[in-house]
Ligand binder design. Sequence first.
Ligand SMILES: Cc1ncc(C[n+]2csc(CCOP(=O)(O)OP(=O)(O)O)c2C)c(N)n1
Length: 678
Amino acid sequence: MPSVQLTQTAPEVEATTAVHPAPAVRDMANAIRALAMDAVQRANSGHPGMPMGMADVATVLFTEFLKFDPSDPRWPDRDRFVLSAGHGSMLLYALLHLTGYEDMTLAELKNFRQLGARTAGHPEYGHAAGIEVTTGPLGQGIATAVGMALAERLLAAEFGNGLVGHYTYALAGDGCLMEGISHEAIDLAGHLKLNKLIVLFDDNAISIDGPTSLATSMDQPARFAAAGWSVFRIDGHEPGAIYDAIAAARNSDRPSLIACKTVIGYGAPHKQGTAATHGSPLGAEEVAAARKALGWCPAPFEIPADIRAAWREAGRRGRRAREAWCQRLAAARPAQRAAFQARVAGALPVEAAAVIDALKRKFAAERPTLATRQSSQQVLEALLPAVPGLIGGSADLTGSVGTKTKAYKPVSAADFSGSYIHYGVREHGMAAAMNGLALHGGFIPFGGTFLAFADYCRPAIRLAALMGIRVIHVMTHDSIGLGEDGPTHQPVEQLASLRAMPNLKVFRPCDAVETAEAWAAALAHDSGPSVLCLTRQGVPTLRQTHVAENLVARGGYVMREVAGVRDVTLLATGSEVPLAVAAADLLAAEGVRAAVVSLPCWELFKRQPAAYRKAVLGDAPRVGIEAATRNDWDQWIGPEGAFVGMSGFGASGPAEQLYEHFGITAAAVAEAARGVIR
Ligand SMILES: Cc1ncc(C[n+]2csc(CCOP(=O)(O)OP(=O)(O)O)c2C)c(N)n1
C-alpha cells in the first residue's frame, strides 16, 4: 500500500523520488509540541491541540519544502505559509522561533498572549516577521491564500519564472472548511487551476463542540476534487507519507488538498483525540504526562541543543535559493528590475497624479451628467496604463459596477497575463482574495459589487482594515437611487456600518470630479482599505471649476459658500449633494443664506485640523442629507440639527418616485432648514 493515497478523481501526479526526511522529524516535531504546551500552560490560555496534532506535518514542510529565509523574511520570492487555523498560533510562533526568525525570541514565546507581545492570541500581520496574514476568523486564511497563489501566477506571467516562482501553503482545519467562504475560495482556485496552492487539511475530526460528526457529514476531499483539485489522503503523523504527498502536490497541474489524518493534542495521553485539547491549557499533570509519553525530558521552554541545531539548519536552507534569486534579479534588464522592484514596493507611479489631474480638468470642462459608477469606469480607463499593478474584478456584476475597461483582459487558467478577474458570484471570496493579492505584493486590487452586498464581504474587509493593507472596493448602486430592484438591493445602513469600522475609508463622491479625487485618495491610502460608494443613477457635475487640490482628500469642504453670514449649512454626500444645492437655491430665493458642504469621506474629514473642520461646518444651524440611515450624522449636525434621509428600508419603484416617497427632496431639505434656523 503506498503511503499516499490518491483519490480516484485526482489526476495522477508524479511524486518525486522519495528521499525521506531524517529520522529526527519526530523529535523536531516534539519541540513544537512542547513549546505549544508550555506557552499555553504559562499563559493559562490558548490552543495546544492543533499545534500538537499538526507538528509532524509542519516539520516536514518547514524542513524539506518551504522556501524561506529568516534573515530576509520579506524576500519577494519566498513561499507563503498561511496558518488559516489561526487559533493554533503557537504552531507558527514555535516554527518561527525554531527556524531562527530574530524577532521571535524565547521571551516572546514565554509572553504568549500577553499585551504588547508579538505572540498575540491569533497571528497578527505585522506583529512579527514571518506572519503573512492575520488569521483567526476561520476560513479567511484559506481564502486569502487563494489570492496569494493567484498573485504568484499573475506576477510570474508578467516577470517570468526566474523572478517569480513560489508556492502558497495553507494549513486549514475542520472549522476553516466548514465555513462557507471556503466553498467560494476552493471553487475559484480550482477553476483558475492555481497549481502552486497546497492546502494542508488538519483532518482531526474535532472542533470545539466535540467530534465534527455532530455537525457535518461532508467528505471534504471529495468536495475539493469536485472543485478541480488534486486530492491526497495521508496519515498526518507519518513523515514519509507527508513528504510524498507534498512532493506530489507540488507537481500537480492544479491546486492540491492534502487531508492529513491527525490526532488533536497528539501526545497528551489522557486528552488527545478530544475537544479538551482544542482551546484550553492541558493542565500541569497532563503536560507532565505528555512529556513522558513523547519522551521529551527538557524543562519547559528548553530545547535540546541538537534539536535546536537541526531546526536552525532548516532555517538556513533557503539562503542559497534567495541568493540565487538576488543574482537573477541583479542580472535582469534594468527596466525590468526597476519595474519589478517598484511593483513589490507598492509604489504608486508618479504618472497617476497627472492622469487624475487631467481627468478632473476634463470633467470640470465637459460637466457630464453621469452616474458615479460610470465616472469611476472612466477614471479606471485612464489609470490602468499609468498604474500597472491595478488588478480589477467583480463578483459577476462587471457591466453594472464599471470595473472593467476596454484595456483589461480577463485572467484565466490558460492565461495569467490579464488583469481582470471574474470572481464569480462570490463576494466574500473576492474580498478575501483581494486581501491575498495585496498581501502578496505587486498588486493594488480592486473589485466591484453592489453596496448592499458589502455585508457579504465584511469579514474580509475587516481583516484588511486590521492588517492595514490597500484594497479598493467599488460598491455601486449605493442608495434607493438604484430604483426598481427594490429594498433587497437598496443599502440604507451599510454606509453607517462601514463607517463604524476602524481604518476603513468610505468615499461617497457626488460627481465625476469627486469620483476622480476619491480614486486618487483611495490609491494614496496605502495603509488600509477603501470603499468607493457610487451611484447607479446619473448626477450632474457640481465641481465646474478646476482646482489642483484634491478636495475629497480633505474629507469635506465647502462646495458653495454664501455672501456674508450663513443662516444655515447643508451637509450632504454623494447623490444628495445636488439636492442640497437645489435646496440652497430655493432658500436663496427667500433670502436665506444656505452654504453647501460636501462630506465625501468622514474618516479623512475627522483628520483635518480642528480649525479647518470648524470653518467648513460653520456656526450656523445644520441639516444633514443622505439617502441612508441617520446613525452618526449627529456628530456633524449637532443636537439641534436636522436630518433628511432614510429611517427604514426602501421600496421597489423608479428612483425619482422613491426620493419623493421617502421625502428626500430639495423642498424637504429647504423645509428642514427653515425649521433649524433660529
Ligand atoms: C468565523 C469563526 N467562527 C468561530 C470561531 C471560533 N472557533 C475557533 S476554533 C473553532 C473550532 C475549529 O475547529 P477546527 O478547525 O477543527 O480546529 P481544531 O479543533 O482541530 O483545533 C471555532 C468554532 C472562529 N475563530 N472564527
